[in-house]
Design a protein around this ligand. Sequence first.
Ligand SMILES: Nc1ncnc2c1ncn2[C@@H]1O[C@H](COP(=O)(O)OP(=O)(O)O)[C@@H](O)[C@H]1O
Ligand SMILES: [Mg+2]
Length: 341
Amino acid sequence: MTHHPLTHPHPPTRQRPTAAAVRPAHRDLAVVTHALTKTFGTGAKARTVVTDLDLAVPRGAVYGFLGPNGSGKSTTMKMLLGLLAPTRGDVALMGEPLNRSTRAGLIARTGSMIEQPPGYGHLTGAENMRIIARMLHLTQAQVDRALALVRLSEHKDRLVRTYSLGMKQRLGIAMALAREPELLILDEPTNGLDPAGIEEVRHLLVALAGEGVTVMVSSHLLDEIDRTATVLGVLAAGRLVFQGTRAALMERSVPDLRVVTPDTASLTRETVGRLLAGLVAAPGSVTRTSDGLIVPGLPDDGVAELVRRLVAEGLSVHELRREPQSLEDVFMSLTGGVGVL
Ligand SMILES: Nc1ncnc2c1ncn2[C@@H]1O[C@H](COP(=O)(O)OP(=O)(O)O)[C@@H](O)[C@H]1O
Ligand SMILES: [Mg+2]
């Protein structure tokens, strides 16, 4: 079994109560962390894998928590659920600081699935749900509704070990959902699913958010989440490198500029060097193409100066345009190109 909150109703927690974590504005936020940090090991072996996270998950949002493998997503989510004690920093859920005395109450309002889908293989889906129902004092109606939401009603009498990975993930989500949580924390729920399964989880998350549930969902694959999420948080090597909307993320980086000219023969290394001197940080990043140049990272005032220099060099310019930029490009630049995004 995995270390799932549902199967470990009373995991150890050693958090100190703090008043600082909760301010009035935090009532609009389902999750707030301040300087959340986790160091594993001690002395020479100490490794800080989550550093000074200030997360803010608005109520009712689908919050996409993105980062390459090993960037600290699961560790962070475990701290949000009180399954791992932070080395330092604070967590507040639904406007209340998470600590030993508030944890049980807050977790009763939070559904979660961390790392692996839970569930006993030698029991049926319905039997697994019955365990959860007994533990959380849920009604049959709540169980049935959760199974219907993840479209497992028809398969509930099959042994879980005969389920596909997608069905196991959905059962895990049903277990997290049955208590009708205000906050749902799902760690890579689309991991290992085929495109149809991913699409199904996406629809489910959007539908839940439509009912007012706050959903925080992690992934190491940008495109599994980015169209579903209303807010994105991007983790790289344990640090939050971005938090905001998709549009704000796109604004974070300057798209490449394409210069189309018939005078490519004149674009010698020396000429290109002169054209871009002082305009781009790394002249080596400029690419010569069959019809001109591709210049990365050039802001608008740099473009204006480049136009003046092109004219001064006597070069004909047929076209000057920004290349379309994928969210993935931005993501790669934010995470330093780590991982397989
Ligand atoms: N219990 C642990 N002890 C030591 N190191 C750990 C432990 N759990 C996770 N780590 C390390 O912390 C880093 C972040 O892991 P994790 O939070 O699982 O990342 P992600 O979920 O983004 O893939 C990894 O380098 C991982 O090896
Ligand atoms: Mg993980």
